[in-house]
Ligand binder design. Structure first.
Ligand code: ADP
Ligand code: MG
Length: 388
């Protein structure tokens, strides 16, 4: 049993004498490539990581839902009959994630759900690091409640539930990539997702067989999706799409970019160019992985970073330094991952260069006077599951 599973069980035991119904867990994710394409109905290629959030659950006699996290001192409780009003009123802080999931799941289910539950949550996914601790908590709680409430939703429907919770209960206007990655992850594979149709295809990564590994540099610059920059980028994409006569930038191709340059102001053009070229890079990455294996994707990763840095302008100096230093240390490719404005960078490195690259990044951060980063490797892992 991993540390977060036993911590969730231990926390549940402090809440109730009732026997646990079970423990469910769901992973964070790294997005290999395809950034800010999800809400443009484009393509993404994330993979689930070993870091997971666990939710232990016990049923109650009444209709109260109570959530607790090792993250916070105070459990939060609401009667299910009052849940709509509580979500509407807001101010739930972290509890908006699990309670939002309960609320969205009830709305999505045809069952009249009124059975109270205690839920205890523990996680080893770094928070606010761009590794989607938010999707991990949503997917673990959604999986647990789906089973215990007998809601009968499939994995894609549970991903939608997580997104609705994040958009409408938490108030963060994110796309559905993270939840899909957390629900559908497979060992040693990435999830190639068409965000228009939600069609998902598993793509073998083969990193280990090729002698490669992904190094994550968590810059510890915290981002917040519910704040400014993310919303602004979404608005630019919508404005760019409207000016080009489409609803979604998915429907603009690389060949259309000359026309876009003539139509749009410089900033909007660069935002659009990022999305359009990034969509193409996702398709090219999938093709390269399938045809030639993971060593062939390095340049696409690095080009993605340059596009986010220069055109979409969502990188920060810490992320650029992590990427540049990893490349100098022999990375095949490197890029920031996640929504930007902080969070983590990833570097695809030959295994024998991992230790030196990590040390080089540490030195570079120290020399620049930045907070010491958290550096670790990740491997593609299994999605949401029942553990006990
Ligand atoms: P990221 O998904 O990149 O980690 P977000 O800002 O999207 O960052 O989500 C982080 C938020 O999710 C936290 O601030 C907290 O409110 C909530 N959260 C994540 N994990 C937990 C947890 N284990 N317990 C309680 N809340 C959590
Ligand atoms: Mg998140």
């Amino acid at each position: 049993m991993t540390a977060s599973l036993s911590a969730a069980s231990a926390l549940l035991a402090t809440l109730t004498d009732r026997a646990p119904e079970g423990v469910w867990s769901a992973p964070g994710r790294v997005n290999l490539i395809g950034e800010h394409t999800d809400y443009n109905e484009g393509f993404v290629l994330p993979f689930a990581i070993e870091h997971r959030t666990a939710a232990a659950l016990a049923v109650r006699d009444d209709d109260v839902i109570r959530v607790a996290s090792t993250f916070s001192d105070e459990p939060v409780e609401v009667a299910l009959s009052e849940l709509d009003a509580a979500i509407e009123a807001g101010g739930l802080d972290w509890a908006a994630y699990p309670l939002g999931v309960a609320w969205a799941l009830r709305a999505a289910s045809t069952e009249g759900i009124a059975r109270g539950v205690d839920i205890a949550i523990s996680s080893d996914v770094p928070v606010g690091a761009g590794l989607s601790s938010s999707a991990a908590i949503e997917s673990s709680v959604a999986s647990a409640l789906n089973d215990v409430w007998g809601a009968g939703l499939d994995r894609v429907a549970l991903a939608r539930v997580g997104r609705i919770a994040e958009n409408d209960a938490v108030g963060a206007p994110t796309g559905i990539m993270d939840q899909m990655a957390s629900m559908l992850g497979r060992p040693d594979a990435a999830t190639f997702l068409d965000c228009r149709t939600l069609e998902a295809d598993s793509v073998d990564l083969g990193f280990e067989a090729a002698g490669l590994a992904i190094l994550v540099v968590d810059t510890r610059v915290e981002h917040a999706h519910s704040s400014g920059g993310y919303r602004e980028r979404r608005a630019s994409c919508e404005a760019g799409a409207a000016a080009l006569g489409v609803t979604w930038l998915r429907d603009v191709s690389v060949a259309d970019l000359d026309r876009a340059r003539a139509t749009l102001d410089d900033e909007t053009f660069r935002r659009v160019r990022h999305i359009v070229t990034e969509n193409q890079r996702v398709l090219d990455t999938v093709a390269a992985l399938r045809a030639d294996g993971p060593t062939a994707i390095g340049e696409l990763l690095t080009a993605s970073h340059a596009s986010m840095r220069d055109d979409f302008e969502i990188s920060v100096p810490e992320l650029d330094l992590a990427v540049d230093t990893a490349l100098e240390a022999g990375a095949v490719g490197a890029r920031m991952t996640g929504g930007g404005f902080g969070g983590s960078a990833i570097a695809l490195l030959p295994q024998e260069k991992i230790a030196d690259a990590a040390a080089a990044v540490e030195r570079a951060f120290a020399a620049a006077g930045y907070t010491a980063p958290h550096i670790f490797t990740v491997a593609a892992s299994e999605g949401a599951r029942r553990d006990a």
